[in-house]
Design a protein around this ligand. Structure first.
Ligand code: PLP
Length: 397
């Protein structure tokens, strides 16, 4: 193999899909949320590779803004954060396994104890070492996922030897319906949480994910745990997003072709051209994590009121045509000036926005019957990624 070829491929000019990640937009979202939170400390959720955006660039950018607390799901993520920010307080959501105990110890991570089993493991580990380390406690208030139940909490509180065997520095619970401000569950969970925390006067309190930040001061407590809003997703399902988009996804036009009336396009021949049309084929598909359910036609399970997905070029929204496949999708470019399009295509790489300022993340999610979280965390590994540094990162380098 010719080694001189390799750098050319590595620089991304020859890729068919690219992501531009705007770390300043992330930082702006961070400060926007901090503004809403006042004195409440922000402890961003950077699990699942910071929602697909990249745990390293995200943690680095937020650390420069003074962020010192992070939530991750598992130990591997926690260690990645620790390597980037030695002083950070890192909370690990997945509960505790016996074999993981030494790693928590060595790396100084904070497990979030989420069952009576977790509590016993943690207490016994330190008892035989005649010392203590901080932990956090997750109490369920209605979401019924991880977390000790309210009745287990009663047992714990009444069993002095057990209660005193751990020193939780943070008591958390998680909201089930905060993205729907009118949902009655919100108030119920808040009231339960307010009862629970009476047992822990010294610990920090944490209830709010992104959506709960918008529910108001009552939900903020000491530590908030925003995820999706930082990354540009909408936290309130009833209102348009007011967060800045962080991710821009573009696909390269591979080919432009005219199809005749009556011809079909793609697998399943699910689209039949009603007239002569100009189509552009773009090198992004479900193999890149772009949802197949955004297809123009021929896929099940789309809500009736939703149309297909769209690409964006030169001020126009261009609908997807036929089924999106593993490596590519087709858009209708009949409304664009054909000469200009052909010239631009022949001159240089021509990129179509598939997600970003003009094709909002939440629209892609709605079109494909899912949520912004899934769209971001599924962003594929085939894209070339460009990170636009935050202002503080630019000053530093
Ligand atoms: C993922 C997660 C968050 C962040 O939620 P967003 O809705 O993305 O803000 C907060 N808390 C817990 C326990 C989580 O698992």
């Amino acid at each position: 193999m010719n080694k001189t070829l390799f750098p050319k491929y590595a620089d991304g000019r020859l890729s068919t899909g690219r992501l531009t990640i705007d770390l300043q937009a992330l930082v702006d979202n961070y400060h926007r949320l901090q503004g809403l939170l006042g004195n409440t400390i922000m402890a961003p959720a950077v699990k699942s590779n910071a929602y697909g955006i990249g745990i390293e660039p995200v943690v680095n950018a937020l650390t420069l803004e003074g962020c010192e607390n992070f939530f991750v799901f598992n130990l591997e993520e926690a260690i990645r954060v620790k390597k980037l920010n030695r002083d950070a307080q890192i909370f690990v959501l997945n509960g505790l396994f016996e074999s993981a105990l030494p790693s928590y110890d060595e790396a100084g991570l904070i497990p979030i104890l989420s069952s009576m089993h977790d509590i016993k493991l943690w207490a016994n580990y330190w008892k035989v070492r005649s010392t203590r380390r901080p932990c956090a406690l997750h109490v369920g208030t209605g979401a019924n996922r991880l977390g000790i139940t309210m009745s287990e909490l009663e047992t714990l509180v009444n069993d002095k030897s057990m209660f005193q065997s751990i020193t939780p520095i943070m008591i958390m619970s998680h909201m089930a319906c905060a993205d729907d401000p009118k949902h009655p569950m919100n108030k119920v969970q808040l009231e339960r949480y307010q009862e629970i925390i009476k047992h822990f006067p010294k610990a920090d309190k944490s209830l709010a994910n992104s959506a709960s930040i918008f529910l108001g001061k009552d939900y903020h407590f000491d530590l908030a745990r925003p995820g999706i809003a930082l990354y540009g997703g909408n936290a309130d399902c009833n209102a348009a997003s007011t967060m800045k988009p962080v991710v821009k996804l573009e696909g390269r036009i591979l080919q432009i072709r005219t199809i005749k009336k009556g011809e079909t396009v793609g697998y399943g021949a699910s689209f039949e051209a009603p007239k002569e049309m100009a189509l552009a084929f773009i090198g992004v598909g479900y193999g890149d994590g772009y949802p197949r359910a955004t297809s123009g036609s021929g896929v099940a399970m789309r809500k009736q009121e939703q149309t297909s997905g769209y690409g964006f070029l030169w001020g126009e929204k261009l609908p997807f045509i036929g089924r999106l496949s593993m490596d590519m999708l087709a858009i209708d470019v009949s409304n664009l000036p054909q000469d200009k399009l052909q010239a631009a295509y022949e001159k240089d790489a021509l990129w179509v926005e598939l997600l970003g300022e003009n094709i909002p993340l939440d629209d892609v999610a709605k079109t494909s019957g899912t949520i912004s979280y899934e769209i971001l965390t599924q962003l594929g590994t085939r894209y070339t990624r460009y990170y636009r540094k935050s202002e503080k990162q630019q000053l530093k380098s």
